[in-house]
Design a binder for this molecule. Structure first.
Ligand code: TTP
Ligand code: MG
Length: 482
């Protein structure tokens, strides 16, 4: 069971020993906490990274579409290979990348589904991505790896949650190592790190619930101080679970792993390592006892040696890359009623200031992209929300506000108002950084953004040849539905 003795013990331990009480307003960290007897070389702990890995992804997508398959063994095939199978089939010995004939031999009841058309899996991936984005907000780095894995740099969310004291004193899901391997006596820094991971585990739990709610898909999550450890942590308890990996134990946990199991070490590299290091060097621990960094550099060259050396110690400084751009950056505010232009003026000023801040963050996350459309949303009294768009002005508060008010006036809004919601957003981003070998290079030199059909920022559909009014109507419809 996921929430068991281990968690209860941790709750008690943390409540009693780690941080005092969130409500008592005491920021001081208690000096005594849980730490690990077997700790070796602690890893850098300044970040909180989450890894999300969907369970038997293609098989789950198929089962969601055909719920009658849920209790049955199901495998998805591509060219006579099982690319994945559900956990019912795994109980019968079916495995990923097994030959279909062998899989059927070990499980004659196995239901085979052709998974060569990826459309459904891509759509499910997008749903999951939207769910992750909606929980983490627009300024969080989210990196997509393949169709079923995501890394999230949760550092700033965790920091803010701790600052606002809006967290509980319990880890969600499993913690590695189990409580009986913990002992007393850690530094204030360890306590801070544990607290950050604990808050990260609560975020991971919210993410998993949201993913399930929006896509009906279960997943595993790992919570740790870097990408590599988060990915390893996600694999500790499968399926439909989450695990937080404590930094004190990370080095010794990684030591036990065969080199092939280190994230990023494929078959080719592990074969090469066997040739170079010999049969005795099976695990990361073996490697660390047999070589030091300069020796490793001698045999692998400096770049590869540095990479493997870090991996073998559970260290990973690589950033979570923001591979998925948000389609719309927006802010909105609802209120009882705004009745005058003066009130609208103040509200729009505030919103445009916030939008500018968000766009500055967006510019850091996606250097070179620029919004081409400003979208204004409003609601009159209890009516449905309406939206209008206009070409995007400068990213300056006054220019944004001027454009926003212009749009509101043009939409026929006039005193006496009864506005209950106002919002403003930037969308239809175009990339001004040239992609070598594409027509964008020419666009860049002529300083013009690439022209393309406008896209609905909600459903992402391309809407060529639509008038502004049609576009607005389409987006309103999507907003309503979403
Ligand atoms: P994985 O995450 O490796 O596996 P999984 O999600 O099916 O199962 P698990 O519960 O162990 O995480 O791969 C994700 C999807 O990628 C998988 O559902 C099918 C597809 N896939 C391929 O297309 N080719 C492959 O070689 C593998 C391993 C997976
Ligand atoms: Mg998976």
């Amino acid at each position: 069971m996921e929430v068991g003795n281990q968690e209860t013990k941790l709750k008690e331990n943390h409540r009693a020993a780690v941080h005092g009480n969130a409500e008592d307003g005491d920021d001081n960290v208690a000096p005594v906490s849980a730490t690990f007897l077997t700790a070796v070389e602690p890893v850098a702990t300044d970040r909180v990274v989450l890894a999300i890995d969907l369970d038997c992804f293609y098989a789950q997508v198929e089962i969601v579409a055909r719920p009658e398959l849920e209790e049955k063994p199901v495998a998805v095939t591509q060219q006579h290979i099982i690319v994945t199978c559900n956990y019912v089939a795994r109980k019968f010995g079916c495995r990923k990348l097994m030959n279909t004939a062998d899989a059927v031999k070990s499980c004659p009841e196995l239901i085979l589904i052709n998974g060569e058309d990826l459309t459904r899996y891509r759509a499910a991936n997008e749903l999951v991505h939207q769910a992750v984005r909606s929980v983490c907000g627009p300024s969080t780095r989210i990196e997509k790896l393949g169709l079923d894995e995501f890394f999230i740099d949760a550092t700033h969310i965790v920091d803010e949650t701790i600052k606002s004291k809006s967290y509980n004193y319990n880890f969600e899901g499993f913690v590695y190592p189990a409580m009986d391997q913990l002992s007393e006596g850690s530094t204030a820094e360890d306590v801070e790190t544990e607290r950050a991971l604990m808050v990260g585990s609560q975020l991971a739990s919210r993410l998993r619930s949201k993913i399930l709610e929006d896509s009906e898909l279960t997943c595993c999550a790992g919570v740790a101080n870097n990408k590599m450890l988060a990915k390893l942590a996600a694999n500790i308890h499968k399926p439909n679970s989450q695990t937080s990996l404590m930094p004190g134990i990370a080095g010794s946990y990684v030591s036990e792993l065969p080199l092939r199991k280190l994230p990023g070490v494929g078959w080719k590299a592990s074969y090469e390592f066997r040739q170079i290091f010999g049969e005795e060097v099976k695990t990361a621990g073996h490697l660390r006892s047999a070589y030091n960094l300069p020796q490793l550099e001698n045999v692998l060259g400096s770049k590869k040696a540095a990479w493997l050396w870090d991996l073998a110690r559970g260290e990973d400084r690589t950033e979570v890359k923001n591979t998925i751009a948000t389609k719309i950056v927006s802010v909105e505010d609802s209120f009882k009623s705004a009745k005058t232009w003066e009130e609208v003026h103040n509200l729009t000023l505030k919103l445009c200031g916030e939008l500018k801040d968000r766009l500055q963050i967006d510019a850091e996350l996606h250097p070179g992209r620029r919004a081409s459309t400003l979208r204004v949303v409003f609601r009159k009294a209890k009516r449905n929300r309406e939206s209008r768009s206009t070409p995007f002005p400068d990213v300056e508060v006054n220019a944004l506000q001027h454009a926003m008010i212009h749009v509101l006036k043009a939409s026929g809004i006039a005193e006496p108002f009864h506005l209950t919601l106002l919002g403003v957003g930037a969308c239809n981003f175009v990339n001004l950084i040239p992609q070598p070998g594409t027509s964008q290079l020419m666009d860049f030199f002529s300083r013009k953004p690439r022209t393309r059909a406008p896209e609905c920022p909600i459903c992402n559909r391309s809407l060529p040849g639509k008038s502004n009014a049609d576009l607005n109507q389409h987006i309103d419809m999507c907003l309503e539905q979403s």
